[in-house]
Structure formats: structure tokens, C-alpha cells
Write a protein of this length. Structure first.
Length: 294
């Protein structure tokens, strides 16, 4: 059985072919160039038509959704997908069965199946991208919540004294960190990317190092607070930034400090890098297609 795996993120549509082995090949990316649901569906249809013999589409999608019905409660970075039914839309365009799951849940499934969380009963995945995707594993099963909104780390408010304060994605997401660095370094935001910022860190640039330190401090506090509620064994960090050793080491240092200075002793979870990094969502989408009840 040949599947077209689709990963819908804020910067575009990643795709690959796969089968029951979960091996990816023919990988590619369609940059974001659409601003309506119809345009999005047509972009997916265009990818589908590049290949022959596709038996089904397995989708990973940003936003909160019901994986059983395909209904999108929100579209994440693609707000135009809110209120639509992705299984129906993509199924009508491509003419094959469609499965769908939240992108962070897909990353979690990939890591639990054969990645960095195979030894965990309870864990959290944080996917650092345009937003901060969160997914929760409880007793070896994805916890989706009563309304399929579990794990929505992006919208967590970071200043409890100001209910209208900016959400976590704005201050501790990849784009938020990039904007902060650009503003402090006096350069255009469009000229900043992760490799550039981390190259400056490696060169000892105090501005870049300060932004990284602040970024990881904010995430460490979030990890501490989440651990108080869930008491998990590990947090796995995904997205492109997880490939940066300095990011993981700095985050671990801050997590160690926060837990070491807690008012009461709290079991400290391990902070790990997702094994599959940018491929985790695609692999998880395929795993979900064959294992929809996990």
C-alpha cells in the first residue's frame, strides 16, 4: 500500500511517499502560497497528482482537530482551515481515503513508536516551529482531551498577572526568538534564520547568546509548570531547532536550574531531542493511518 504523507505547517506543505514500513522517500516541500481553504486543497491536490498509484493520503496538520471526523476546530497558522472538514475536502479532491491527526500528536506517535520516547509511559512532545505544538502521552496513549484541544502550548499565557499577555508562541516560538534577536541586533527580521542566529552564538555574540538564554529560560519555566500538572518522564523537543546542540544544552541547563530552585521538590523530567526531527510529523501521520486508535 502506497501512501502520500502530508505535513501541513506554517511555512508550507511537506510531503513524502511511504508504506507500512514507515520509510519515507520522494520527500519535498510546497511553500505557503495560498490564503484560502480552496487554495490549500488545490495545493495538496497538486502534490497528489505528481505521483501514480497513491492508495491513501495520511495527513499531519497544524491546528486543533477531530481525527475521527476530520473536522478542523482551528487551522493553527492557516486560519482559513478553521471550520472545514479536511477528510472530506482532501478526499473529494484526491479520490482516495484520507486520515488526519494534529501535527504535534503525529510527532509524539513517531517518537513513541520508534524514536526518543520508546521507553516512556508518560511524556510530552514540544514541536518548535511557527508556533509551539504540544502533545501529551498518558499510559502509552495520546491524550487528546475532551474537546481535542490537549497540548495547545502555543496559546499558554506566560504572564499570570496579565490575562491578556502574549501567548507562549509569540515569546518562545522560533519566530518570536528570531524577531527578538533581529530587534536587538538592529537587523531586518527577514534576514534572520536559525542557522544565522546560532552561528552568532557560536561566535560568542553577546546579543545572540542573551536571546538564546532568555528563550530557554521561558521554555524551562513552561516545562516546570507542565511537569507539576502531568508528572511525566520526559519532554522531547522537535522541529528544526532540535538539531542545534547549543539549544538543547542551554535548555537543559535552565530546566536544571528551575527545578533545583523550586519551592518544593519536583521530579525533574529528562529533556530529549526528537529522533526524527523534521520528519517526525510525516512518520507519525503514516503511523496514525495504520493505527488510528493509539
Amino acid at each position: 500500500m502506497q501512501l502520500l504523507a502530508i505535513d501541513v505547517g506554517g511555512s508550507g506543505i511537506k510531503y513524502a511517499l511511504s508504506d507500512e514500513s514507515l520509510t519515507l522517500h520522494e520527500k519535498g516541500l510546497v511553500p505557503t502560497s495560498f490564503d484560502t481553504h480552496a487554495g490549500f486543497v488545490e495545493a495538496v491536490g497538486g502534490v497528489f497528482e505528481r505521483f501514480d498509484g497513491i492508495d491513501a493520503v495520511a495527513m499531519s496538520c497544524c491546528g486543533e482537530l477531530d481525527p475521527r471526523s476530520g473536522y478542523m476546530f482551528s487551522g493553527g497558522a492557516h486560519v482559513f482551515n478553521a471550520g472545514t472538514n479536511m477528510i472530506e475536502s482532501i478526499g473529494a479532491r484526491c479520490g482516495v481515503p484520507v486520515s488526519i491527526e494534529n501535527d504535534a500528536n503525529c510527532a509524539l506517535l513517531a517518537e513513541v513508536h520508534s524514536g526518543s520516547l520508546t521507553d516512556c509511559e508518560n511524556a510530552v512532545v514540544l514541536v518548535m516551529g511557527t508556533g509551539i505544538g504540544g502533545a501529551v502521552l498518558i499510559n502509552r496513549r495520546v491524550y487528546r482531551g475532551s474537546h481535542f484541544h490537549s497540548g495547545n502550548a502555543s496559546q499558554v499565557r506566560v504572564d499570570l498577572s496579565r490575562p491578556g499577555s502574549r501567548p507562549l508562541a509569540r515569546v518562545a516560538g522560533v519566530r518570536g526568538a528570531g524577531r527578538t534577536y533581529a530587534a536587538r541586533a538592529g537587523i531586518a527580521p527577514g534576514e534572520v534564520d536559525l542557522p544565522t542566529m546560532f552561528a552568532q552564538c557560536d561566535a560568542g555574540d553577546p546579543v545572540a547568546l542573551g536571546v538564546l538564554d532568555e528563550w530557554c529560560s521561558q521554555l524551562a519555566v513552561f516545562i516546570h509548570n507542565t511537569q507539576l500538572m502531568l508528572d511525566v518522564e520526559a519532554f522531547a523537543i522537535g522541529g528544526g531547532v532540535s538539531a542545534q546542540p547549543r539549544f538543547l544544552s542551554t535548555l537543559r541547563d535552565h530546566v536544571f536550574w528551575v527545578f533545583g530552585n523550586a519551592l518544593v521538590e519536583v521530579p525533574q523530567p529528562e529533556v530529549r531531542a526528537c529522533r526524527y526531527r523534521n520528519d517526525a510529523n510525516l512518520i507519525g501521520a503514516v503511523f496514525h493511518h495504520f493505527n488510528p486508535d493509539v
